[in-house]
Write a protein that binds this ligand. Sequence first.
Ligand code: AMP
Length: 373
Amino acid sequence: MIGGGQLAQMMALAAMPLGLRVHALDPAVDACAGDVAPLEVAAFDDLAALHRFSDVCDVITFDFENVSAPALAELAALRPVRPNPLSLATAQDRAAEKALFARIGTAVAPFAVIDSREQIEAAASSVTFPAILKTRRFGYDGKGQINVPEAAALADACTRLGNAPCVLESRVRFQRELSIVAVRGLDGQMLCYPLVENLHVDGILSATLAPARVSDTMVAAARLCAERVAEALDYVGVFAIEFFDLNGVLVANEMAPRVHNSGHWSIEGAVTSQFENHMRAVTGLPLGDTAAVGVSCMLNWIGEMPDRAAALSVPGLHWHDYGKSARAGRKVGHATVTAADRQTLVDRLVLLAEKLERHAQIEPVLERLRAPH
Ligand code: AMP
C-alpha cells in the first residue's frame, strides 16, 4: 500500500479477515496505517525503498494517487500495480481527466487549459465567468484552487498559483453534489455502489447521504460513466467519480483512482465495504455485493474528534477514530449513522446534533433529508 493514511488503515482492517496482510509505505513516521499494519517510512520517490518494499509484496496498490511517474514505472516493473499507472496518471491530471470524460460522452464544465501565461488570454475568452482556476496536478480538498470572478482577475490568479499548469473552468450552478463509487475486478467484473449525495464545507467533504434520492435515469447515467471510465483505463480496484447535478444532468467534476471519502458509509451501510472490495479486486478475488442496507449518513470529523461517549449513545452510530493528532482542516475521523428508513435516520441525526452540539454540521443534512425530493 503506497500511502499510510486513514484510507490505508481502513483497507488494512478490511483485508485482515480475508487472510490478506497490508504493508504500508509513507513518508510520515506517525502515518495512521502504522497502527494496524507494518509501516515502511520512506519518501514516495525513494527508489531504493520502493525496491525493498516491493520484495515483501505480491501486489501494489495505493491510498494516495500523487506518486511521481518515475516511481510508478519503477514499481510497475517489480510487481503488479493495481490500479495501473495509466489510471493514476489520468486521475493526477485534471486536463487528462476532463478529456477522458468528454471522450466517453460525459458532460464536464466548460474549461480551458493554461500551461503558460501566453494561454491566459485565449482561456479567458473561451470560458464563461465566474470561473475557478485549478492546478492540473496535486490539488485535493479544494487546495490549489482560486475563484476567478471575472476575466480581468485571471492573470493575477495564475500568479497566485505560481504559474503552475492549470485548468480554468466555469463555475457550475449545480443543485447538489453527487458521487458514485465503483469497483472493477481483475476479470473485468464491474459493480457500482448507489449514487450518494455529498455536502462540502470550504471545499472539504462534510457529510455523505447514501443512497441519494435521484431518478433512475441519473443512476443509469452515473453507472454508464463509471463503466466507460473503467473500461477505457482497464481499471482494477475501487474508484470514485464526483458529479454536479445540474438540473438533472450529471456534470463530471473529477475521479479518484482509489477508495473515496464519499464511500466510507459502505463499511456499515452496504453489504460489502469499498475497502473490502478494493482488497478483493486487487488480489483477484470475486467482488462482494455493493447494495446499500437501509440508509446512512457519514459525517466527517475535521480538525478534532467530538465527544465519543456522547456520540456512541445514539442508536445506529458507528465511530471511526483514525488516531491522528488534531489539526485544523485535517480529517481525523468519521461517524456513520445507519437506519432502516429515512425517518429513523432523521431522528437519530437530530439526537446526535443535540448530543454533540453540532447543529451547524448536521442541520444541512437534515434539510436535505426532509426536502420533498
Ligand atoms: P475539486 O477539488 O475539484 O473536487 O473541488 C472542490 C469543491 O469545489 C467541489 O466539491 C465543489 O464544491 C467546488 N467546485 C469545484 N469545481 C467547481 C465548478 N466548476 N463549479 C462549481 N463548484 C465547483
